[in-house]
Write a protein that binds this ligand. Sequence first.
Ligand code: CP
Ligand code: NVA
Length: 301
Amino acid sequence: MQHFLKLSDCTPEEIIELVDLADKLKYEKKNGIEHHILKGKTLGMIFQKSSTRTRVSFEVGMYDLGGMALFLSNRDLQIGRGEPVQDTARVLSSYLDGIMIRTFEQKEVEDLARYGSIPIINGLTDFCHPCQVIADLQTIREFKGGFKGLKFCYIGDGNNMANSLIVGGIKTGMSVAIGCPETYKPDAGIMKWAAENGDFTCTPDILAAAKDADVLYTDVWASMGQEEEAAQRRKVFEGYQINDEIMSVAKKDAIVLHCLPAHREEEITEKVFEAHAKDIFTEAENRLHAHKAIMVKLMAK
Ligand code: CP
Ligand code: NVA
């Protein structure tokens, strides 16, 4: 693995390897075992959108591994004033050992990898959020003991999270059901791939999607960059919510995940969120361990 740009680039074995390594690093951190595997290495973190979890967990993760992380805001970089990504990629490749980038277009991340000569990690684009899904898979295995035979249900916007969760879910052998409005489906290419490679459904009938689910997942109705559509989206997505009714048709021991930040009483009720706070905050914690695994895999050479 040279870069981590989207889950469709990874084999199922590579995904499981990352989850295994994340588990190992979690165990070691909890037991005070230090590994300065990335001693002397520097990660640049380019953020063109806001972040709490991704920023802090990559920065702390790099510190844990003996390296250092540089926060590079779009407001300060020349890239924010139009310097081409081809040039930025070549310049930064001569200073850094890896780049984590959060931006809008997937093409920008792919171009950074194409023109640079160091590992590139996708910290979220409008198209996908692969780092989040490694932590999500780690959390699912932690609570459920494995993946095969599980039903994974995502309710809400067919957005970047849905796209990555479909690929991660199918590649680990889960059955994946998406409950979303007809007009806000996940990426057509990803859905086609999922239908050809696993047990995949996408329906506006959220009760059917959630029936007998082992894992329920949701995300905001309006993602970063869609702030102006928020009011209109609130109307379209009304009812596309994880609530008591959804919980009543899922398995009794179903876990509930949310990538966060959450909008209570929109995509999830306060009651369900708080009842499953342990699942959701373990998932958030696992971002740290998952990101360390991704950095070790790409940068420890
Ligand atoms: N889930 C997630 O990526 O959180 P941040 O936007 O806070 O990084
Ligand atoms: N879909 C959300 C995910 C945030 C982690 C967004 O892109 O804003």
